[in-house]
Design a protein around this ligand. Structure first.
Ligand SMILES: [Zn+2]
Length: 169
């Protein structure tokens, strides 16, 4: 690994975490573990390509530069989860350019979404709505477009409540 003196930019929120999160390999079969290993190798290979293609982007130094605020790099290993990872390396945090960061961020978002959906299902229900609003380059988002979208959402929710009441009553 080559150590460059060039700063990566803002580092305040972009340092590899010291926790393994909630991920565990204990529940995976050997075949699933091998599949995960192959996926991980592919992500590292893709990051190497991204680094070559985008040498001036943060992805070029992701997990290759040491956080200047730390004394060095630590390799942490969880015997419980059978996972090892680096601590104090700078990460780029780019979902779009870095396959390694994208995987971590996606997993974290999936977990957050799963917990939110579980919580809301316990409280009642979860709905997902997508609307496309006709607009031009000069339309102001917070004017009529937002009101239109919100009123359509209100209509859907009122209709849903009406359906639920008629089913239960
Ligand atoms: Zn990254």
């Amino acid at each position: 690994m080559t150590q460059k003196k060039r700063p990566l930019g803002t580092i305040a929120r972009k340092v590899s975490p010291d926790s393994t999160g909630r991920f565990t390999r204990q529940r995976l079969t050997e075949e699933q573990q091998e599949e995960a290993r192959q996926s991980r190798l592919l992500r590292w290979a893709l990051q190497a390509e991204a680094r070559a293609i985008l040498p001036n982007e943060r992805v070029a130094e992701c997990l290759r530069a040491i956080n200047p605020m730390s004394l060095g790099v630590q390799v942490l290993h969880s015997t419980e989860h059978q996972i090892a990872h680096y601590k104090s390396l700078i990460v780029c945090g780019s979902v779009w350019m870095c396959p390694l960061c994208a995987a971590k961020i996606s997993e974290r978002r999936r977990d957050e979404l799963e917990r939110a959906v579980t919580h809301h299902v316990e409280q009642g229900a979860v709905y997902m709505a997508t609307y496309t609003v006709s607009h031009s380059l000069y339309s102001h988002l917070l004017s009529g477009m937002q009101k239109d979208a919100m009123s359509k959402l209100d209509e859907v929710l009122e209709r849903q409540e009406g359906d639920e009441k008629s089913e239960s009553g």
